[in-house]
Structure formats: C-alpha cells, structure tokens
Write a protein that binds this ligand. Sequence first.
Ligand code: SAM
Length: 235
Amino acid sequence: MPTIPRLFLHHPLSSGMEVPGSADQAHYLQTVIRRDVGDDVRLFNGQDGEWDAQITALRRDRVSFTLLTRNREPSTEDDLWLVFALLKRDHTDLVVQKATELGASVIQPILTSRTNAARVNEARLGSIAIEAAEQSERLTVPEVRSPLPLSDLLEHWPADRPVFAAIERASVAAIRPHRGACALLVGPEGGFTPLELATLRRYPFVTPVNLGPRILRAETACLVGLALLRGAGLG
Ligand code: SAM
C-alpha cells in the first residue's frame, strides 16, 4: 500500500470542493511519485484541518483535487517563536526544517554584530517550511520572517512574550519547559558581543538561560533549545 501524499495548499478547503494544486505539486505527483487520477492524497492549508481527497485531474504542470472528508479538525499549534542569528545557507535551511518539525510557529532570523550572512531567500525558506510541515504532519506552516537587526527586534518586541536567550558560559539557570507563548533566542557562531549581552539583559522580558556545560553549534542550540522549552512531550 503506497503512502498517501500529504500536501499543503494555499486554498480554502471544504467538503465536495474541487481545488487546484501547484505546478510543482503536479510534477511531484506525476513524475516523482507516479500517482494518477483517482489516487488518494491528504490536504491541509493551515486553517481548515486536514482533508482526505482524490486527484481528479493530473497533467505535467496542472493538478486538481476533490475533497472528501475532513480527517483532522483545525487546532491551534504551540505559540513558540525561534529567533536566531542568521547562519550560512545550509545551516539556516537545516534550522528552518528542524524548527518546523519541533513545532515553532514563527521563525525570525536576526542580524547581530558577529553574524556572517545578511540575506535569505525567503521563497526558498518558505518551501522548506512547507515540506517539513507536510512531512511532520503539522496542521500549520510556521511563518518565516525577513531578517531584522537584533536591536530593531528588541525595540518592537511584544513585552508580554518572554524571550529565553541562550547564553553560553554564563552562570544563569538551565532552560526549562515553558508552556505559554514565548521565544527562544540563539546567537551567532561567534556568540553575542559584550554590548549585545548587556543590551539583552536590560529588557525585562529577556531571561538568559544555559543549554548545558558544552558549547553547542548555533544550529544545535536552536534545536535543543526548542525541544527543552517544550519539554519531554514536545506537545
Ligand atoms: N563563539 C562562542 C564561544 O566560543 O564562546 C560560542 C557561540 S555558540 C557556537 C552559538 C550560540 O549558541 C550562542 O550565541 C548561544 O546562543 C548558543 N549556545 C551554544 N551553547 C550554549 C550553551 N551551552 N548554553 C547556552 N547557549 C548556548
């Protein structure tokens, strides 16, 4: 029995509806995994839950689906933001993919004094987040935001959302699970500068935390921090 493909659509979903997929989805279904008209798929759009559907038309660059029944009701996901200093392309890709799997709802790259990259390909990161959401059976796709300087982000930060700032070699408490809305902040490979550290400590919504005795690569710190913030259940 082949696995049923699970696809994200930018389209409202309701019973009996016929909805179009993208040219990429048509190519994937027809050429990569060799599906045909009448085959089953599962669809989600971030708002209307997940739906069983069938392929009703399939050509090289066009596909449409007919919706059958909803198999998962919409539900709210964790309100967990990841703020991380932009990394080299491959590492940024990895962070976006894994943070999606770990349930982040917003992924915000930042620019710090020691950040070595300045730009991202937002469309590409958006596609990575969609693929990871499809694969991990999430009902939503995280919002991947444009990079912002750390100082701008802090100035406009919603003060009721705690920020757990991962700071290595500091005598601060270990990161602990936090159930409500919050954010994890991870610095660049070179670490935050003394000035950035002093600035961070001035904001009442920032709590410095440590991630254990070893110095982790920034991408590892992002993933470990997200997992530890959500606790063992990762719910
Ligand atoms: N260059 C820095 C140094 O050698 O001291 C290390 C920076 S580390 C590779 C990159 C980021 O990961 C840090 O800015 C911090 O946010 C996070 N990080 C890594 N290990 C950590 C730890 N044990 N506790 C808290 N944060 C950590």
